[in-house]
Design a binder for this molecule. Structure first.
Ligand SMILES: C[S@@+](CC[C@H](N)C(=O)[O-])C[C@H]1O[C@@H](n2cnc3c(N)ncnc32)[C@H](O)[C@@H]1O
Length: 216
């Protein structure tokens, strides 16, 4: 774990130094795993900035779109008291690779194989709630909109929702990229959210509902 405490006679590490230390630490978490790609390392500084609030707390996380498990490995290692549920179609050999990469987390990890839309709806029916949700499953506008809407009941007040690929595919037709879906979702829930980040990804906080109006 990153040790941010200053030793006597030295100054405390800056925020940039702490973030860089997490990037380096993550390379250990990823070492000896089976990956074909890396969509995570260049996002770690940002994730550290917004997720460090959860580091010392038992938190429930949901990841929609896990692929080979790199982002899941990051979340479980970076947030040592977390429990993570991963939903993915896990087609073909992907499932076995994910399983090998994610060995050792025991009951901190729950894997759900299947369609995000079906399982998000089921989890809502079971009244599940999460402190942090990462939505990273597919690029088609209508799928992303449906998935985003279905995550909403699953996000705790005060919780964070992170949606990937906000700016992806600018040369593609609108229905083939997530941009408009994310904007529609943000507009529908604008009174209930605080947008923390909107560049490449969108990170938002679900605001606590206002107290009920006092009886007249
Ligand atoms: C970009 S990858 C996820 C990358 C991963 N979060 C990471 O950063 O390492 C997208 C994943 O979403 C999954 N996916 C796509 N459409 C899906 C759907 N409708 N339901 C569930 N998973 C889906 C794919 O199988 C793929 O593994």
């Amino acid at each position: 774990m990153t040790n941010a405490a200053a030793t006597p006679g030295t100054s405390a590490p800056s925020a940039a130094e702490q973030a860089q230390a997490v990037v380096l630490e993550a390379q250990d978490w990823f070492r000896d795993k089976e990956f074909t790609t890396d969509w995570v390392t260049n996002k770690i500084r940002r994730w550290h900035r917004f997720l460090r609030r959860f580091r010392d707390r038992p938190v429930d996380l949901l990841e929609v779109g896990s692929f080979e498990g790199r982002s899941a490995l990051f979340f479980l290692n970076y947030l040592p008291q977390s429990r993570l549920t991963c939903i993915d179609l896990f087609p073909g050999p992907l499932e076995a690779r994910f399983d090998r990469n994610m060995q050792g987390f025991g009951d901190r990890l729950t894997k759900i194989k299947g369609s995000a839309i079906a399982h998000l709806d089921r989890l809502a029916g079971e009244k599940r709630q999460y402190h942090f949700i990462y939505l990273d499953a597919g690029k088609k506008r209508d799928h992303v909109l449906a998935q985003a809407l279905l995550t909403w009941p699953l996000l705790r007040p005060g919780g964070l929702l992170m949606i990937d690929d906000y700016d992806w595919g600018k040369d593609r037709p609108p229905e083939g990229r997530p941009h408009d879906a994310i904007n529609i979702f943000l507009d529908l829930h604008k009174d209930e959210i605080e947008i923390l980040w909107k560049d490449g990804q969108v990170i938002l906080k679900r605001l606590a509902p206002p107290p009920p109006a006092a009886a007249a």
